[in-house]
Design a protein around this ligand. Structure first.
Ligand code: SF4
Length: 197
């Protein structure tokens, strides 16, 4: 994407304030904020969409699992989940319940992210999945961070599709945001996962 092309899509002050005022967008809100139809139609309804074998864990005795994805390092018994609610032990095998299944997909001004002068004036395609490995009492996104994926409406939006959507929507980056994403194989809140020129 050339600079000329990008500069043609810089936000006005009015657009920026409107996006900021929208705050976090759960799927119904996202549909009102202009997320493309192709994203909206991928809503599969409330609950789990897909599960996927998890990465970053160690098998222990008695079918227990030691998760190694985040510093909590939960020891998860069979038929139980970790602290984040989205990594589950099923008979000694570990699964992510949210990989490729974000509950929020939204265009944000990059200025909402905790960065300083990263692609100023552009938008970031922002994704979040249910659950979180923190329980902060002040969390403004508690409606998605403190629940299980079964409690929310989720997209079937695999990584390659997310990048394609981001490009179609002329976002310059993909950001993982809104929750601390323990279960989704991403590891840092508000991390920028992809930036293109
Ligand atoms: S990612 Fe989830 S299951 Fe794994 S250690 Fe962190 S909180 Fe526990």
């Amino acid at each position: 994407m050339s600079d000329k092309h990008i500069s043609g899509h810089r936000m006005t002050k009015r657009e920026f304030l409107r996006l900021c005022g929208a705050g976090i967008s759960l799927i119904p809100a996202a549909s009102l904020m202009g997320v493309p139809t192709t994203v909206r139609t991928q809503i599969s309804g409330k609950g789990l969409i897909k599960t996927r074998g998890a990465a970053y864990f160690t098998s222990l005795d008695k079918e227990d699992i030691q998760c190694g994805l985040c510093p909590r390092r939960c020891r998860v018994q069979n038929n139980r989940r970790g602290f984040c609610r989205v990594r589950e032990n099923r008979g000694g095998k570990f699964y992510s319940l949210v990989y490729g299944n974000p509950c929020a997909a939204h265009l944000d001004p990059i200025e909402k992210k905790p960065f300083f002068h990263v692609l100023p004036g552009t938008t970031a395609f922002s994704l979040a999945t249910a659950g979180c490995n923190f329980h902060c009492k002040f969390c403004q996104n508690w409606e998605i961070s403190q629940v299980s994926p079964e409690d929310l409406y989720n997209h079937d939006l695999q990584p390659e599709t997310a990048v394609r959507k981001a490009r179609e929507m002329r976002a310059r980056s993909v950001a993982y945001t809104y929750v601390e994403p323990g279960g989704s194989s991403f590891t840092n809140t508000c991390s920028i996962r992809a930036i293109w020129q």
